[in-house]
Design a protein around this ligand. Structure first.
Ligand code: 4AD
Ligand code: MG
Length: 433
C-alpha cells in the first residue's frame, strides 16, 4: 500500500495531533520494558518515538518490534499524541508495526574513530550530523544556481578531460586516455569559460574539479565541487561585489531554512547572522605586514598556506578579500596598470580560521600582455594557442571566480574538516568507499 505516509517533521508541526498517521523509516534507537517496545524511528526529516504495545499491535508484530535491531526498516501506523518528554515533542502510539527488513547488528556504535567512520562512510551517511550537513549542502547548491540565474547568467558546462594546466602543473592528475595519449583532469573550468563567455556573456557552472593535493590539511580534498562564474565587461571590483553579495545571500538562505540542522551540528547561527557587506579589501602587500606583526615572516611572492590564513582569519567574524597578489599567482590574471607588479585579482578568506574559499579576478585581455606573461612564467604558448586566439577576435575586459563549495560549507556549518561536508570524500590516501 503506497497510500499517504507522513514525514516525521510534518507530524512535529502539530497538525496531526489526535489523528492516525503512517510513517516509514529506520530504527534509530530501541529499548523495551515488559509489554512495550519504545522505538525511535528516523526518516530523512527527523526522529520520533513510537511506543509499540503488545495489546495494541498483537503478538506477532510485537515480537517483530522486540527483535528488530537498530537500522531495521519499518512501516508504522498509529495515533499522534503530544508528549513533551519525547524527542521532538510528539509520539505515535502504534496500532500497526511492520518490520520490512530486520537489520544485522549495525557496525557503528558510539565513540568510534574518524578512520573507522570513514571506512564505513556508506553506512555513516545515515547519521544525524551528515543528514543535516547534506540538507544544507543541497540548499547551498540550489542557492548558487538561483542567485546566478536570477541575475541573467546562463549555466554551461566545460570538459573534465583537459590538455593543459589552469592552476599549475604540480596538482594535475594524469589520465591515460589512449595508449599514445595522456590527458589531465580539470582543475577549473576557467580557460573554457573564457571562450564560452564570448557567446553567452554571463555564465556559471557547478562541477567537480580535481587536484592532486599532497598537502594533508583540513581543507584539501582531491575532488571538490567548484562553483565558477565568468562575465564579459566585468572588472575585478565588479566581480568582488558579486562574490560578497552571493556569500551574504547563502548565509541568509541557510538561516531561513536550516535552524534545526544548525542546532544538530552545534553551529551558532549568530556566526552567519553577522555576515554583512561590504567585505574589507586588503592588498597583499599590507597582508605581509599584518602577518609580520603576528610573527610570520614572508617575502613578496610567497603564497599563503593554511597556517598564514588561519592566523589572518582566526579572530575575524567577517570574510575579507585579499587583492593585488604578486605576478607569480597565475599567468592569466591581469596586472594592475597602476601597480604593474600586482594583479587585479582576489581571494576571499572566510573568518574563524577557515581561510580561502574563493579565488578569482580580472583576466588579461590584451594579446601582447598575455604573450609576455607566458614568457615570464616559462609557459609554452603552443599549449595555449586557442586561449590566445580568444584575445584576437574582439577581446573584452572580463572577470570570474571559483568558489570551493566544500570550503564554504565547512565554514557555514562550523565543521573542523572538509571531509565532513562531502558524501564520499576523496583524498590522496582515500578513494573508497
Ligand atoms: O583558487 P583556485 O585555484 O582558483 C581557480 O581555480 C580559478 N581558476 C577559479 C576561477 O577564477 N574560475 O580555486 C578556487 C577555489 C579555492 O578558493 C578553494 O575554495 C577551492 O577552489 N579549492 C579547493 N577546495 C577543496 N580542496 C582543494 N584541494 C581545493 N583547491 C581549490
Ligand atoms: Mg586559490
Amino acid at each position: 500500500m503506497v497510500d499517504e505516509w507522513m514525514k516525521i517533521s510534518e507530524i512535529q508541526s502539530g497538525k496531526y495531533t489526535g489523528k492516525e498517521v503512517e510513517v516509514r523509516g529506520w530504527i534509530y534507537r530501541t529499548r523495551s520494558s515488559g509489554k512495550i517496545v519504545f522505538v525511535i524511528l528516523r526518516d530523512s526529516s527527523g526522529i520520533i518515538q513510537i511506543p509499540v504495545g503488545k495489546n495494541d499491535v498483537g503478538e506477532p508484530q510485537f515480537k517483530g518490534a522486540k527483535k528488530a535491531l537498530v537500522e531495521s526498516s519499518v512501516i508504522a501506523r498509529g495515533v499522534v499524541r503530544e508528549d513533551s518528554r519525547a524527542p521532538g515533542g510528539f509520539e505515535i502510539t502504534a496500532n500497526y508495526f511492520e518490520v520490512v527488513h530486520f537489520a544485522e547488528k549495525f557496525p557503528i556504535t558510539k565513540d568510534q574513530s574518524d578512520e573507522f567512520l570513514l571506512d564505513n562512510r556508506h553506512l555513516w551517511l545515515r547519521s544525524r550530523e551528515l543528514n543535516s550537513t547534506f540538507k544544507i549542502r543541497s540548499t547551498v547548491f540550489k542557492g548558487f544556481h538561483d542567485f546566478f540565474s536570477e541575475r541573467g547568467f546562463y549555466e554551461i558546462q566545460s570538459p573534465s578531460f583537459v590538455t593543459g594546466a589552469c592552476e599549475g602543473g604540480s596538482t594535475l592528475f594524469e589520465v591515460k586516455y589512449t595508449d599514445e595519449k595522456t590527458v589531465y583532469l580539470t582543475q577549473s573550468w576557467q580557460l573554457y569559460a573564457e571562450a564560452m563567455m564570448f557567446s553567452l556573456e554571463k555564465i556559471y557552472t557547478i562541477a567537480p574539479s580535481f587536484r592532486a593535493e599532497k598537502s594533508r590539511t583540513r581543507r584539501h580534498v582531491t575532488e571538490f565541487w567548484h562553483a565558477e562564474v565568468e562575465a564579459a565587461w566585468f572588472h575585478n571590483e565588479d566581480m568582488m561585489k558579486l562574490v560578497e553579495e552571493l556569500i551574504v545571500y547563502l548565509c541568509e538562505l541557510i538561516l531561513e531554512k536550516h535552524l534545526p540542522e544548525l542546532e544538530v551540528l552545534n553551529r551558532d547561527p549568530e556566526k552567519l547572522k553577522v555576515v554583512t557587506t561590504p567585505f574589507e579589501r586588503v592588498k597583499y602587500r599590507k597582508v605581509l605586514d599584518i602577518l609580520r606583526d603576528k610573527g610570520i615572516e614572508l617575502e613578496w611572492g610567497d603564497d599563503f598556506g593554511y597556517v598564514e590564513e588561519k592566523a589572518l582569519t582566526l579572530e575575524r567574524d567577517q570574510p575579507f578579500f585579499i587583492t593585488h597578489f604578486p605576478l607569480s599567482k597565475g599567468f592569466y590574471h591581469r596586472p594592475d596598470p597602476e601597480e604593474p607588479d600586482s594583479l587585479l585579482c582576489h581571494d576571499l578568506l572566510a573568518p574563524e580560521g577557515y581561510g580561502e574559499i574563493v579565488g578569482g579576478g580580472e583576466r588579461i585581455w590584451e594579446p601582447e600582455v598575455l604573450m609576455k606573461r607566458f614568457e615570464e612564467e616559462n609557459l609554452d604558448a603552443e599549449n595555449y594557442s586557442w586561449y590566445l586566439d580568444l584575445r584576437k577576435y574582439g577581446s573584452v575586459p572580463h572577470s570570474g571566480f571559483g568558489l570551493g563549495l566544500e570550503r564554504a560549507l565547512s565554514w557555514f556549518i562550523g565543521s573542523d574538516h572538509i571531509k565532513n561536508v562531502i558524501p564520499f570524500p576523496r583524498t590522496m590516501r582515500r578513494t573508497s568507499p
